[in-house]
Write a protein that binds this ligand. Structure first.
Ligand code: ATP
Ligand code: MG
Length: 563
């Protein structure tokens, strides 16, 4: 193990692999896979899974395959294959030429099924779905054998071949493994392995009208690819016995160097976040959100559009670790990882969200002072930019108080304040409308304090941001909050629908004023609007003539107070 790996937490999957290596498995033969079903976009839970799959292979010099688990032709689409590839690459992982599809193995899987029939280990059954369930029974009591369990081998083989040839309607027959109807594990009670489905497949078209069940396809695909550690989520733990049975009872067994082994870990549940692909799909279909990449979605596409960085997501996945216990991870932790990275990489800029006009009395109309501003105090290489100062500027309404409480160090009728990168400024006069609302301030600046530096050692306590009223640009800020108001979306109260918990304020749009350097702001370039929040230009909606910024995350955690 490299030095860097030695500092990573020793979770149980790392321990298992380390032990296998200690027992003689060459580290570079550690072989994992990430097996998404291309029926939707990947979410942050999938990121946890594939950071682990790719991570375990990488840190040992082994390999990780990308395998599309496309055994259900009804729901799978090529556009999701493309989206998944893009998302895995975005987090920096590479599968070289090892992009596989369960559908590549349909012929081989079919042959394994025939092998089972010939060995008397599979039979054709005509029980209906309800009967199938009824015969299977319940844990604690043995199930009942199907009346077709002892169908002669030749007959099963003949029907299976004719199923493939398309002679029968959907539901007429299924091929079942003949295992053990009294097993305490219901999955071992003669599970279905092939069903008739007359559906177009996104890759094999209409070549097949029978499709293997997930449990059959998954383990044999692992075996065909020489996977050593098949890592998946806890719900598959009860399938492991069957996983091993299929491998042990087909000829693939004779070719294996290492018997693939399945290891299960707890899936990621994140507070205020819904992680089921089926439900996310529903939100998209019903236009509750603006597509799979809506910046409020927990999808990687949505997070990318919102301004998340790959590093933040990877750090988060490493930080949460891997356990065997289901739990709820706080969104605040993900956002903490995000802020850590954004603080280093985001360029700073000034934007005013709730403008109060300030007229500088001792500044000449039409004169523009080009002031220098630092792009990122955390990163000198980010350089500097110019911000224009003019006679009229905007400051945040909340940065001025006529009758301030003690310890209000921003602008007041008495306090001098520093305008960031510009001048020291004092308020001379408050202009009000007929109702007594403040509409404008008349101020003066100290020309000797250019750049925001004290000319004579006098101190100001507050620094506020501003933009030029004449030179600033208008933009739209998309202020996102969580899509759901309920903390634990993985368990809902009885009778409740997940949509009952949609947050009506998950998106608030706001007109804002931004400094002109942001005219060319682009998606992919994280920004911090100083003293406000992190933002990024929206990849779909923003253009130089219609600037739209997504709020990526606030500067400080606010979930603590929301609970
Ligand atoms: P969903 O429950 O969101 O519909 P899925 O399991 O149906 O997801 P797959 O495409 O089959 O989606 O998932 C690919 C891999 O990602 C599987 O190995 C699965 O165990 C893992 N995975 C899915 N959701 C999570 C999660 N929330 N946390 C960790 N791993 C996950
Ligand atoms: Mg799945």
């Amino acid at each position: 193990m490299s030095e860097e790996n030695a500092t990573k937490p020793m979770h149980f999957i790392r321990q298992i692999i380390a032990k296998d290596i200690a027992n003689g498995l060459p580290p570079n033969e550690v072989h994992t896979r990430f097996p998404p079903e291309p029926n939707g976009c990947l979410h942050i839970g999938h990121a946890k899974a594939f950071c682990l799959d790719f991570g375990m292979a990488l840190e040992n010099g082994g390999k990780c395959n990308l395998r599309f688990d496309d055994t259900n032709p009804d729901k799978e689409e090529t556009r999701f294959v493309d989206a998944i590839r893009q998302d895995v690459r975005w987090l920096g992982f590479d599968w070289d030429d090892r992009e596989f599809y369960a559908s590549d193995y349909f012929e081989k899987l079919y042959n394994f099924a025939e092998e089972l029939i010939l060995a008397g280990k599979a039979y054709i059954c005509t029980l209906s779905a309800e009967e199938f369930k009824e015969y299977r029974g319940v844990p604690g009591q043995p199930g009942k054998a199907s009346p077709h369990r002892d169908r002669p081998i030749e007959e099963s083989l003949d029907i299976f071949r004719r199923m493939r040839a398309g002679e029968f309607e959907e539901g007429a027959y299924v091929l079942r493994a003949k295992i053990d109807m009294s097993s305490p594990n219901l999955h071992m009670r003669d599970p279905a392995i092939y069903r008739i489905k007359k559906a177009e497949h996104h890759r094999t078209g209409d070549k097949w009208c029978i499709y293997p069940m997930y449990d059959f396809a998954h383990c044999l695909s692992d075996a065909l690819e020489g996977i050593t550690h098949s890592i998946c989520t806890l719900e598959f733990e009860v399938h492991r016995e069957l996983y091993d049975w299929f491998i042990d009872n087909t000829s693939i067994m004779n070719t294996l160097k290492v018997h693939p082994r399945q290891y299960e870990f707890a899936r990621l549940n994140l507070s205020y976040t819904m992680m089921s692909k089926r439900k996310l799909q529903q939100l998209v279909a019903e236009n509750v959100v603006d597509g799979w990449d809506d910046p409020r979605m927990p999808t990687l596409a949505g997070m990318r559009r919102r301004g998340y960085t790959p590093k933040a997501i990877k750090d988060f996945c490493e930080t949460i670790g891997v356990t065997k216990f289901n739990s709820l991870t706080e969104l605040a932790l993900l956002e903490h990882c995000l802020r850590q990275d954004l603080n280093k990489v985001a360029k700073r800029a000034m934007a005013v969200f709730d403008p109060l006009e300030v007229e500088i009395e001792n500044w000449q109309e039409g004169v523009v002072d080009e002031l220098e501003a630092i792009n990122n105090p955390e990163d000198e290489s980010a350089g500097k930019r110019v911000v224009p100062f003019t006679k009229r500027i905007y400051i945040e309404r909340s940065d001025f108080m006529e009758n301030p409480p003690k310890k209000f160090f921003r602008l007041t009728p008495d306090n001098e304040v520093r305008l960031r990168y510009a001048y020291f400024m004092r308020c001379k006069e408050i202009v009000k409308d007929a109702n007594g609302n403040i509409v404008k301030l008349i101020c003066t600046i100290d020309p000797a304090s250019r750049g925001g530096n004290s000319p004579d050692g006098r101190k100001v306590k507050g620094t506020i941001h501003w933009v030029s009223a004449e030179k600033s640009l208008k933009a739209t800020a998309m202020l996102y909050s969580t899509l759901f108001t309920r903390e634990d979306m993985s368990v809902l109260p009885e009778g409740a629908d997940f949509k009952d918990f949609l947050n009506p304020e998950s998106l608030v749009k706001k007109e804002i004023f931004i400094e002109p350097s942001l005219k060319e702001a682009k998606a992919g370039e994280p920004l911090q609007f100083e003293r406000i929040a992190y933002f990024m230009a929206d990849s779909k909606l923003s253009s130089p003539d219609n600037l739209v910024f997504n709020r990526t995350v606030e500067l400080k955690d606010s979930y603590g107070s929301k609970k």
